[in-house]
Design a protein around this ligand. Sequence first.
Ligand code: ATP
Length: 135
Amino acid sequence: MAEKTQMLSIVTPQRVVYGDEVRFVSARGVDGDLGVLPEHTPLITGLKPGVVRIQKDGKWSSYAVAGGFLEVRDSRVVILANAAESPDLIDVKRAEAAKQRAEERLASKAADIDLMRAKAALMRALARLDAAQSK
Ligand code: ATP
């Protein structure tokens, strides 16, 4: 018997990045990592910048997601993200430069550093580098 699936959409302000029936989705929720199988109870959670992993037809894929929200309802999963990229669209040099910039900012301890912003930028860069590895 075919495994149950659920519809996953990953949507950014610019476009629909992903839309397909999948078996499993994992993401970094603000309250902890979560994994969603079909018929999961309804939920809404904020997402940290991180990697969303998807299992479809026994194969895994990864997307870098720059924070946002995840909603589960009626066996549909919607990820609303500020930005999301598949591994083939990730510019690794750009992500490495962003990582370095964020690390330098965090190390400088200058009074005018926006710590949360630098940490978020570092998490986005690390998520992109992580997702790019699974190309
Ligand atoms: P940077 O400092 O390099 O701009 P950022 O984390 O501030 O990185 P975001 O604000 O998350 O960038 O994203 C802005 C836009 O640029 C989004 O459309 C996102 O998909 C794209 N983007 C950012 N970094 C990369 C990357 N390394 N590869 C591909 N697209 C990227």
